[in-house]
Design a protein around this ligand. Structure first.
Ligand SMILES: C[S@@+](CC[C@H](N)C(=O)[O-])C[C@H]1O[C@@H](n2cnc3c(N)ncnc32)[C@H](O)[C@@H]1O
Length: 334
């Protein structure tokens, strides 16, 4: 089956590298795509590996409906889960430990949101047009972006905008939001964008990117607890992996990449790395081996120049890959 066409302008990022690094350790193994999105990566994996079976997880029900239609040709090789991936993997890791669920040979994360969210969702991710300030991916997220903007105190708004948005004018922006919401609740993207534009110095108003871009990104991260979910989801996903299983993470900003780097580093097994780097499965007998990861990407892999030229949105992507080695010691943790 040929690779499906991009949908809503969404092009899977670093697809070539992802396929090269994440070669399933056995032909009929299970892959879990923790961020199925529009199934760009998943459809390429299913097409490249005939025996592969897939669980596709996405918090967003609308996006998943599109992926479901797209993956229809692969029939019962694919199952769908509509849930935030940390909730899914924490439950799945326990099931795998008790033998109730199959351990995946491949896990993929491609963090963030897709072009669908910006162009079609109408949920306030985009600075174009005027939409309700929602930004929730999944229905279980407790608060919308409008709730945060109108209810958080100034100090917390400042923390979110400066930490998650890395916004140099976070102080001015948080102060302006608190002042303006006193006059009238801030419910729309256009009003928030105007408030941000009006609060930053003139020289920052007319740059290459809209002055509210970083504030919008920060609110999206906070609404969906994106970084907390990556931490919890990644650690549970690593616990799930079959020995010899591969995990790949594509991140788009330094805060995401740092979480991946530290999670991999914390579990990196030096003995394995030194002696068994190229063996698909650890030759140390299960149970005796230290359970850990062999990090296959010492430095993160970045998109090639031709990809960045064709899809500028890929320019900040970073891929890190690791392989699970050793026994499933976690199975015996209690
Ligand atoms: C960058 S897109 C993935 C694109 C996909 N790899 C493709 O090629 O079509 C990220 C997707 O992950 C979903 N997502 C983001 N954070 C999530 C989370 N914590 N749990 C579940 N899904 C999440 C978003 O709804 C979005 O559809």
């Amino acid at each position: 089956m040929s690779d499906p066409k991009p949908t809503f302008g969404h092009v899977p990022v670093m697809l070539r590298e992802t396929l090269e690094y994440l070669v399933p350790p056995s032909p009929d193994c299970l892959m879990i795509d923790g961020t199925l999105g529009l199934a760009g990566h998943s459809s390429a994996f299913l097409s490249a590996h005939e025996g592969l079976r897939l669980i596709g997880v996405d918090a967003d029900a609308e996006v998943q409906a599109i992926a479901r239609a797209r993956l229809q040709p692969y029939g019962d090789r694919v199952r769908f889960v509509n849930e935030y991936f940390d909730d899914f993997f924490m439950r799945y890791a326990d099931d795998a430990a008790s033998g109730a669920a199959e351990r995946p040979g491949v896990v993929l994360f491609d963090f963030g949101v897709s072009m669908y969210h910006f162009r079609e969702s109408g949920r306030g991710f985009s600075l174009q047009g005027d939409e309700a300030l929602d930004m929730r991916l999944g229905a279980s997220a407790p608060r919308t972006a409008a709730d945060l903007v109108n209810e958080l105190d100034e100090r917390e708004l400042l923390r979110i905008i400066s930490t998650y948005g890395e916004e140099p004018f976070a102080f001015n922006i948080a102060r302006a939001i608190v002042r303006e919401r006193g006059a009238c609740r801030i419910d729309s993207t256009a009003r928030l964008a105007d408030i941000v534009r009006g609060s930053v110095p003139a020289k920052a108003r007319y740059g290459r990117i809209h002055p509210a871009t970083r504030t919008f990104q920060a609110l999206r991260i906070a609404v969906n607890d994106e970084l907390g979910r990556i931490e919890r989801g990644l650690s549970a996903a690593i616990r799930c992996l079959a020995p010899g299983g591969l995990i790949g993470c594509i991140s788009f900003h330094s805060l995401e990449d740092r979480i991946v780097k530290l999670a991999f580093r914390a579990l990196a097994v030096k003995r394995e790395r030194a002696y068994f780097k190229d063996a698909p499965v650890s030759p140390i007998p299960l149970g005796e081996a230290e359970r850990g990861l062999v990090v296959l990407t010492k430095k993160p892999v970045e998109p090639a120049d031709d990809e960045v030229a064709a899809n500028p949105a890929s320019r900040s992507a970073k891929l890190r890959v690791a392989r699970a080695v050793g026994g499933n010691d976690h199975d015996r943790r209690d």
